[in-house]
Design a protein around this ligand. Structure first.
Ligand SMILES: [Zn+2]
Length: 245
């Protein structure tokens, strides 16, 4: 699943289509009346967490990549029917296996931009308030909660917890305030590292815990375990990551 930084990269790649009219539209989406986009001008591309937003006058197309979604620009994937395809005078976008919806009216009415870790409006204090309200939740679930940390996905979760030395099955209410501040800080900070590394095609090389078997800090074993409500894969070192319960 693409995490927030990947959607920011998509936004950068599509900026060339800003202000351009949709000259052709197709795809197997059943959820929107795609012909509505024809001859309409894209005002802006935005992102909120893992949502990619194509803003038109009066409505917005929301693309959510879910687990297996992907996109290509100018080069279609072989033998794959796109969910949505848009052609402009200067290029084309193909979206695959994603959820497509239309948001009517002002896109700002749908999103709290201060909840997106990559947005300039990101507000760490708000995140802290939301976490305080769920003291019994596990930090591994909390970091993946898009209502608190929009854009954070499983890789970011694992790397943030390794950086700050907190075990993924720690309970929010038991984590010292200073540690929680570090987690909130790193959720944004690491997301920008992720973005920059991905831009340079060196993201995987920089993983310290995710998909690793040996701990870089102590040389011990990195544990792989499905944790939390959604049983997502966690990678962690029990020596370097403290369990607060
Ligand atoms: Zn270790």
């Amino acid at each position: 699943m693409p995490e927030g930084p990947s959607i920011v990269l998509l936004k950068e790649e599509t900026i060339q289509f800003t202000g351009r009219k949709v000259l052709a539209v197709s795809g197997n989406t059943q959820t929107i009346e795609k012909e509505r986009l024809l001859n309409k001008k894209v005002l802006e591309f935005k992102s909120w967490g893992k949502h990619f937003l194509i803003c038109f006058n009066g409505f917005t197309v929301r693309i959510h990549f879910l687990l297996f979604g992907s996109y290509t620009i100018n080069t279609p994937k072989e033998n794959r029917v796109p969910r949505l395809y848009l052609r402009f005078t200067n290029g084309e976008i193909f979206f695959y296996a994603c959820s497509v919806r239309i948001l009517e009216g002002d896109v700002n009415d749908y999103y709290d931009w201060s909840g997106d870790v990559l947005n300039d409006a990101w507000d760490p204090k708000k995140a802290k308030e939301k976490i305080k309200a769920i003291p019994k939740a596990l930090i591994c679930d909390t970091l993946l909660n898009q209502e608190i940390f929009a854009g954070v996905g499983n890789i970011i979760k694992n790397e943030v917890l390794y950086r700050v030395g907190v075990h993924p099955e720690s309970k929010n209410g038991k984590i010292p305030g200073i540690k929680m501040n570090k987690i909130i800080y790193e959720a944004r900070n690491y997301s920008f590292d992720f973005l920059n590394w991905k831009r340079q095609y060196v993201l995987r090389k920089n993983w310290l815990a995710h998909a690793k078997t040996v701990c870089q800090k102590c040389g011990g074993r990195i544990i792989k375990k499905h944790t939390g409500l959604n049983s997502r894969r966690s990678f962690f070192c029990t020596k370097d990551q403290k369990l607060y319960v």
